[in-house]
Design a protein. Structure first.
Length: 208
């Protein structure tokens, strides 16, 4: 029998990752396992359009921590595709997805996102194009109900491009991690040893 070429399945996982934690790892693993993703691109965002406050850690540090996190799974790759723009303008997900699409035109493209972020989709830049350029893997989050999506007003075609993962019940909060680190509370249960060591070595998130 002839060997048919395999269609590459790529997941884009963007976010602040300030810091990246075990919850991010669990989300990516579940998505990769469930949807047979060949690659998951972890891409720290230079400037989040919907967040007024700047990240606490510099982009270079967040990318370095992502590289350490991605060592846990050969399917995971750290990406600087969302590095800060020289003019300080926001990083829009639609631009990133279209850049990945241009680089990998034959691949099946998926965007990984938590339920809290997905339910805010109408506030994103060009949401209709977002649903056209990639399929979406939406992971459940505590206190966010995915059973009623009427507020998003998705068309039937758009709804077929949205997939839910409801078996992960992780409430890890990067904000809470930063607060605990600031006051010297160990976070070994939430951060991998490599990321925890990097934070300690670079004196990130510690009280001045």
């Amino acid at each position: 029998m002839p060997a048919y070429p395999h269609t590459m399945r790529i997941g884009y996982f963007g976010g602040t990752f300030d810091p990246p934690h075990r919850g991010h790892l669990a989300l990516a693993r579940l998505a990769a396992d469930t949807f047979a993703l060949d690659r998951v691109l972890f891409a720290p965002t230079g400037r989040q359009p919907l967040k007024e406050d700047a990240p606490h850690a510099e982009f270079a540090d967040r990318l370095a921590m992502i590289r350490l996190l991605c060592s846990a799974d050969p399917r995971f790759e750290a990406s600087d595709i969302d590095l800060p723009h020289a003019d300080g303008s926001p990083n829009y997900t639609i631009d990133t997805l279209e850049q990945i699409r241009a680089q990998e035109p034959a691949a099946e493209l998926f965007s990984l996102v938590g339920a809290d972020s997905f339910l805010a989709l109408p506030r994103w830049h060009e949401p209709e194009r977002l649903l056209a350029v990639a399929e979406w893997i939406v992971v459940s989050r505590p206190d966010y109900d995915l059973s009623d999506l009427r507020a998003l007003a998705l068309t039937p075609e758009q709804r077929t491009r949205v997939h839910f993962l409801t078996t992960l019940d992780d409430d890890t909060s990067a904000t809470e991690i930063r607060v605990r680190l600031r006051f010297g509370v160990t976070q070994a249960d939430r951060l991998t040893p490599e990321v925890l060591l990097y934070i300690a070595r670079m004196h990130l998130y510690h009280a001045s």
